[in-house]
Design a protein around this ligand. Structure first.
Ligand code: NAD
Length: 254
């Protein structure tokens, strides 16, 4: 059970995958966790799984009024907001670029980039007067290296890295730290769906990664926990690849 007066963390897209691992990690660390997810029922069920005092909310991060309302609900229910994790995301439009529509490209920007911007802005309205807060954004190695067919996704994630730096620079003196994680391939429904559609081959990915496998959601959650914690009190504006060494490996052989 989360105690009244505990730090409060809002995780977008927290009903599954990496977001759910982050929600569990912060709850285990004594935070009250609010899970905001497109699937309201799933968010609610996950919050109940975490125990009393946690919150599940329906919210499409691409819809500005819903994000404003979700942050408002957290503040109303919990009275504070200490950590925001901008995690909600999709990966369903990895089309060859010549087949990609502008609408699908913009959908990636709306969910990942606009969603992170609006949630951060709303969270900061509570964090700035409190003089403290931490924001952790989910970027991707797709923003750090060229991966075919990821056009909108990669552009949105690169935007998130720039947004991370901008907000860190703007809010640092007011006690807010802003950082990002760039995961490599992590075993979640998102990756399973890409594999089902023949868009990626996880065996080949595991072979290429220096650590020889895909990541686990819990391995991303640990880094999110560190970045949001006092242990990272002098860390702001950075993007940490958590990728099994993917970005360090420049060759296709031994
Ligand atoms: P996932 O599909 O397993 O879970 C995503 C969650 O976000 C789901 O609960 C879903 O309902 C929710 N969601 C989707 N669209 C939403 C919206 N518009 N509003 C609110 N919630 C929404 O995905 P995941 O693999 O856990 O990915 C989480 C984040 O990590 C994403 O931002 C993704 O881009 C990033 N990421 C994942 C990987 C990977 O390999 N899995 C790699 C790099 C980056």
């Amino acid at each position: 059970m989360a105690a009244q007066g505990s730090p409060v963390t809002l995780v977008t897209g927290g009903a599954d995958g990496i977001g759910w691992a982050i929600a569990r990690r912060f709850a285990a660390g004594g935070h009250r966790v609010a899970i905001a997810d497109l699937r309201a029922d799933a968010a609610d069920a996950r919050a109940r799984e975490l125990g009393e005092g946690h919150l599940g909310l329906g919210c499409d991060v691409a819809a500005e009024p819903q994000v404003v309302a979700a942050v408002g609900r957290v503040l109303e229910s919990c009275g504070r907001l200490d950590v925001l994790v901008n995690n909600a995301g999709i990966a369903d439009t990895f089309l060859p670029t010549v087949e990609q529509t502008a609408e699908l490209f913009m959908r990636q920007l709306d969910i990942h980039l606009k969603g992170s911007f609006v949630a951060s802005r709303e969270a900061a309205k509570a964090m700035l007067p409190a003089g403290q807060g931490a924001i952790v954004n989910l970027a991707s190695i797709a923003a750090l290296t060229g991966l075919p067919r990821r056009n909108g996704y990669a552009a949105a994630k690169a935007g998130i890295i720039a947004l991370t730096r901008t907000l860190a620079a703007e809010w640092g003196r007011r006690g807010i730290r802003v950082n990002a994680i760039a995961p490599g391939y992590v075993r979640t429904d998102l990756v399973a769906a890409l594999e089902r559609d023949g868009k990626i081959d996880t065996d080949a990915i595991g072979r290429r990664a220096p650590l020889g496998r895909l990541g686990r959601p819990e391995e991303i959650a640990e880094v999110a926990w560190f970045l949001a914690s006092p242990a990272a009190s002098y860390v702001s504006g950075i993007t940490v690849p958590v990728d099994g060494g993917w970005m360090a490996f420049g060759s296709d052989g031994d």
